[in-house]
Design a protein around this ligand. Structure first.
Ligand code: NI
Length: 169
């Protein structure tokens, strides 16, 4: 397994719409393994294949404290969504940036596992946020898209400033 490099906003490749996985082979297993390794190495709670420039509908997540509850979803679709919650989100493609986003509180998701077996999971709270956030990446969408234009431009200015500081440090 290897740690892959993560695309950072505003890389236009983050806007790519991923295509469904049709072949469940060793190569897919390798991709899922690399996504886990990359997510854990970056201390993230979720990662979509889009973020490592692989445009297939694959995401991984682990919101557990001990980082031992990995979840991989292939070709995920939301069957049901209920309630709403506001959660402060971050994203490995926007290092150091956080913003409140409103999403469904609970979602029922149908997906395939790495072997191609169908699974249906019902999640709520932070894990539901994470899965909705990662599924957006597969459609070329990022969390700042939900913010008002004013809030978004303030946040992106901050990202720019952080990058300039990092470059001169
Ligand atoms: Ni993200």
């Amino acid at each position: 397994m290897s740690v892959l490099s993560i695309l950072e906003f505003p890389d236009p490749r983050l806007r790519t719409r991923a295509t469904p996985v049709t072949v469940f082979d060793a190569k897919l297993g390798q991709l899922v393994g690399d996504l886990y390794e990359t997510m854990y190495a970056a201390n993230g709670v979720g990662l979509a294949a889009t973020q490592v420039n692989v445009h297939q509908r694959v995401l991984v997540a682990d919101m557990s404290e001990d980082r031992k509850q990995p979840l991989a979803l292939i070709n995920p679709e939301i069957l049901e969504r209920n309630g709403s919650q506001v959660y402060q989100e971050g994203c490995l493609s926007f290092p150091g940036l956080y913003a409140d986003v409103t999403r469904a509180l609970r979602v029922k998701v149908r997906a395939r596992d790495v072997d191609g077996k169908e699974l249906v999971v019902e999640v709520e709270g932070p894990l539901a946020v994470c899965i909705q956030h990662e599924m957006d990446h597969l459609d070329g969408k990022v969390f700042v898209d939900y913010l008002s234009p004013l809030k978004r431009s303030l946040l992106l200015k901050r990202l720019d400033k952080q990058r300039k500081q990092a470059a001169t440090a």
